[in-house]
Design a binder for this molecule. Structure first.
Ligand code: MD3
Ligand code: FE
Length: 224
């Protein structure tokens, strides 16, 4: 007799599609979409302690993206430049702890991508509203350019510009959608990249005040 013991099981959830953008950059589509409501609640709790703010730069202008941090270290910009700090300059308190689910999702993605384990010292939270983008830049404020970085995206889709080692190199436009996790390291660590000004788009299937007509991106890094 051939009893079908599993006929009452729910259909398995399709594993997130894995896209290798290059040898050392992996995009996991919608990998965090089921956990998104819980992650957004974690972010909301962080932001109750260290609110989003527009940071000034050396030139005196404000960065368009609103930012905050959690974890041991936070990325800051002010008249003295860019750096990592253990204290939030706004609250003069340590940054809130890195929430457990954000850490778990990022660490899993890094492992699945086959990189060295993530040392998630710093988690930068970026919030983009309509019309807000981030110009082409390199991430050079960390000590070790071989350590992998992970980014989690939620809310409205954004066009990510993936350039080369040189600012003038041609860029590839890649859509980053709700629940996407991007991991990169190695040779791709110093690529130029940016985010096109956010446009109205298909909203994700969940609602949360943080992603109402907006996009949230968390970037976890080893800073020291
Ligand atoms: C590929 N953030 O915070 S995350 C940043 O969506 C930043 O908020 C963007 O760039 C955002 O510095 C992009 C994805 C990302 C970040 C850094 C990279 C991809 C990268 C560095 C090299 C190559
Ligand atoms: Fe960056």
């Amino acid at each position: 007799m051939n009893l079908d013991l599993f006929s009452a099981e729910p259909a398995p959830i399709a594993p997130a599609q894995t896209h290798w953008l290059s040898e050392s950059a992996v995009l996991f589509r919608a990998k965090a979409s089921l956990e998104a409501p819980l992650v957004l609640n974690e972010i909301q709790t962080v932001l109750e302690h260290s609110p989003l703010r527009q940071m000034p730069t050396r030139s005196g202008k404000l960065i368009a993206v609103s930012m905050s941090n959690c974890g041991e270290l936070g990325w800051v910009s002010d008249a003295r430049g860019y750096r990592y700090e253990a204290y939030d300059p706004l609250t003069q308190q340590p940054w809130p702890c890195l929430p457990a689910l954000i850490h778990k999702l990022a660490a899993q993605a890094v492992q699945q991508a086959g990189f060295a384990p993530l040392r998630a010292e710093a988690c930068l939270i970026n919030r983009y509203t309509l019309g807000v983008g981030m110009g082409l830049h390199q991430d050079r404020d960390e000590q070790d350019f071989t350590a992998p970085i992970v980014s989690l995206s939620f809310g409205l889709p954004a066009t990510f510009l993936w350039g080369g080692q040189n600012r003038r190199d041609k860029t590839q436009a890649i859509s980053l959608n709700h629940g996407d996790i991007l991991v990169w390291g190695g040779a791709d660590r110093l690529r130029y990249h940016g985010i096109r000004p956010l446009k109205q788009g298909t909203p994700p299937p969940i609602r949360h005040p943080l992603i109402n007509q907006a996009r949230i991106n968390c970037t976890l890094r080893q800073a020291r």
